[in-house]
Design a protein around this ligand. Structure first.
Ligand code: ADP
Ligand code: ZN
Length: 439
């Protein structure tokens, strides 16, 4: 590192907690006022005894507001969460629909400018400046990662290349021609960049790359280290979701130790996803977020289904906004295999920590008779791939045993040559659940 910390809005980012909480309360009142103008909350909030912004007197009153779920958003499609006249809306975005029908979020001009402010703050906090050349190698369009990062990068004053995802040969040409120093991509894609470079004959020395923002899907600390080593760059974890605008909700600073949730724009809570009780002691649970910065589509106490928790100690960078732990999984990712709960991230952790394992893997679940069958297909590093079946079988057994020790399920393991498993340009689809749905 060796860099000194830099702040985009120092007075807000390092604001004493008491002042920050007072600011949150003001903004929460405003957000509740905005929400009451939407058809959805105009009905939902009075039932909870909240008829005006003045019914929110302290931050503890947040807990009087009922949770909002993805189903609520879908049920109110298309305009049930709209809180401003249609003609004041200037943009819409939609979630990528990982788990079903997409949901739509609307922005007015002020919303867009607030959002890009949080993204700019996030980007600047990783040490980027207007001297950087930023290649946004992620899907543009309805997905918020494209335009969201784009606007934030411009606000910082970087040269932004809207390269989008895919077309890797051209990506490297852009990097060489314009001297790209920072990229944004999914971690699963970044894991492949080095091998694509080799295939395309692009040398690391011909690039000026020094940082990457990686997000949109869960990844482990080992995956981060792998990417950093493969490309000799710093990787910063970026968290966001379209319901909370998109990127710029929580982001790692130069300390790279947890993601600062921008608490002047979002209120974060952790709850037990089964009992819905608050978890206030730094435990892991479901993250619930309230958006304080979007008038056109206010969303209060949204159950993200993402699993995380807050660090209790302050960060070495001096920011007072609390840090979230790396988001390991979403509650709806959980697989139940012969009665045993399994998150795909548990498999990723094992794979990425084994030096023989390659950079891509796939999880397949099938029904075999009455039982569920888990198969982990993993690429292995080129140097371990041989025509001799004996060392390969030994390696397969080693991976199987390591997985079993960690997940308590005995998986079938398949080894694949490096670069042979499918790579997705957007969010990785690592799990194929082939079991009949009604069983
Ligand atoms: P969808 O719910 O359709 O995937 P989005 O495109 O808005 O909608 O994606 C947001 C989701 O992506 C988050 O709720 C979270 O599950 C995941 N995500 C985004 N960034 C990260 C990250 N840094 N780490 C883990 N998961 C992430
Ligand atoms: Zn920090």
């Amino acid at each position: 590192m060796g860099e000194t910390f830099q702040y985009w809005r120092r007075e807000i980012e390092t604001m004493p907690r008491a002042e920050l909480l007072a600011l949150q309360l003001e903004k929460l009142k405003m957000a509740v006022g905005w929400a009451l103008r939407t058809p959805f909350y105009a009905e939902r909030l009075p039932r909870a005894g909240i008829n005006s912004a003045d019914d929110i007197k302290t931050l503890a009153d947040l807990r009087r507001i009922p949770f909002t779920t993805k189903q609520d958003l879908r049920g109110a499609f298309p305009y049930g969460f709209l809180g401003v006249p249609r003609e004041d809306v200037v943009r819409l975005h939609a979630s990528s629909g990982t788990t079903g029908t997409p949901t739509t979020i609307y922005f007015n001009r002020a919303d867009l400018s607030r959002w890009s402010g949080y993204v700019a703050r996030s980007i600047y906090g990783t040490g980027c400046t207007k001297n950087d050349v930023f290649q946004n190698m992620i899907t543009y369009g309805l997905f918020t990662g494209g335009l969201g990062f784009h606007a934030g990068g411009e606000e910082v004053g970087m040269l932004v290349i809207p390269s989008g995802a895919g077309n890797t040969a051209r990506q490297f040409r852009f990097m060489q021609d314009f001297g790209t120093t920072v990229v944004h991509a999914t971690p699963s894609f970044l894991l492949h960049v080095e091998s694509i470079m080799r295939a395309e004959g692009v040398s690391r020395e011909s690039l000026r790359l020094r940082k990457a923002f990686a997000g949109a899907e869960p990844y482990s600390e080992d995956t981060r280290r792998r990417i950093e080593k493969l490309l000799n760059i710093d990787v910063y974890n970026s968290y966001g979701l379209s319901e909370m605008n998109g990127p710029g909700v929580a982001f790692e600073c130069q300390a790279k130790d947890g993601l600062h949730l921008w608490e002047d724009g979002y209120i974060g809570e952790i709850i037990n996803p089964d009992t819905l009780d608050p978890l206030d002691g730094g435990e892991s649970g479901e993250l619930v977020l309230t958006c304080l910065c979007r008038e056109a589509t206010p969303i209060l106490r949204y159950r993200t289904r993402d699993l995380s928790g807050f660090y209790t100690e302050p960060c070495s960078c001096g920011r007072t906004h609390r840090r979230l732990r790396r988001i390991t999984a979403r509650t709806d990712d959980m697989l139940i295999i012969n009665g045993v709960n399994l998150f795909p991230s548990q498999i990723e952790e094992v794979i990425m920590s084994m030096r023989e394992a390659g950079n891509n893997y796939l999880i397949v679940v099938e029904k075999e008779g009455m039982l569920d069958r888990l198969t982990v297909k993993t690429e292995i590093q080129a140097e371990f791939f041989t025509d001799d079946t004996r060392p390969l079988n030994a390696l397969k057994e080693k991976i199987r045993k390591t997985l079993q020790a960690s997940i308590t399920i005995n998986p079938r393991v398949e080894l694949h040559e490096s670069g042979s498993l499918p790579v997705s340009e957007g969010k990785a689809r690592r799990v194929q659940d082939l079991r009949p749905k009604d069983v």
